[in-house]
Design a protein around this ligand. Structure first.
Ligand SMILES: C[S@@+](CC[C@H](N)C(=O)[O-])C[C@H]1O[C@@H](n2cnc3c(N)ncnc32)[C@H](O)[C@@H]1O
Length: 203
């Protein structure tokens, strides 16, 4: 058994040593997720203990983070727009700046009651099309990706977040996918040159 405040200190020190900038913030995030508690709870639970198995989980999360694995992959989730999306390393982690795509559609089509057909090319976690169809409640949409594993993640998010009949995901290549029947097409294409991938920070 270990006190939360002690775990916070261990995590912060270990992550700082590995050059993680927001070491305290990230340690808190790990603990909050393990204990399934909020920020407020964390402040008021400074005398609460992590069980042995919770502390083991915490240590395994720290080890992964120390090897630069993104925290979203460790926790299998990332907030995007109004929801928390399941992610794993088969998909890009939804990025806050991609929310501009949702904002742009909302600005261009302010009437959310319209019945539209959306296509999301390179859907990844499905974050764009799921968020859009939650805004446009009478519309339908298709998300496509050429990665089987990404489609599995998108389906999982559909089941967790919306599970609606208006949305389907398809394994397809966007260079040959017919888009003529759609009213709105969104796409956040791969933007990293394959040759640059090895030079990027893992997170
Ligand atoms: C930058 S990610 C965007 C993921 C998601 N839409 C988002 O905004 O977080 C690009 C996605 O395009 C997919 N992709 C790449 N080439 C593709 C192709 N030719 N056809 C379909 N999907 C493709 C990748 O598998 C990846 O999931």
């Amino acid at each position: 058994m270990i006190a939360v405040r002690e775990a916070l200190s261990i995590g912060r020190k270990q992550l700082t040593k590995k050059g993680v900038n927001n070491s305290l913030f990230e340690t808190k995030l790990l603990i909050k997720n393990i204990l399934k508690i909020s920020d407020e709870d964390l402040i008021s639970t400074s005398e609460v203990f992590l069980s042995e198995s919770q502390f083991e989980t915490f240590q395994s999360f720290l080890e992964r983070r120390k090897k630069s694995e993104p925290i979203a992959y460790i926790l299998n989730k990332r907030e995007f727009w109004k929801d928390s999306f399941y992610v794993n390393n088969s998909t890009l982690i939804p990025r806050p700046d991609s929310e501009i795509i949702i904002e742009t559609v909302l600005n261009l089509i302010p009437n959310k009651d319209k019945k539209l057909k959306f296509a999301d090319l390179g859907t990844g976690s499905g974050c764009l099309i799921i968020s859009l169809l939650k805004e446009y409640k009478y519309s339908e949409g298709v998300g496509i990706d050429n990665s089987k594993e990404a489609i599995k993640v998108a389906e999982k998010n559909k089941n967790i977040l919306s599970n609606n009949e208006r949305l389907s995901f398809k394994l397809a290549d966007f260079s040959t996918f017919k888009t003529t029947e759609f009213d709105v097409i969104v796409c956040n294409p791969p933007y990293v040159n394959k040759n640059d991938i090895n030079n990027m920070q893992k997170n």
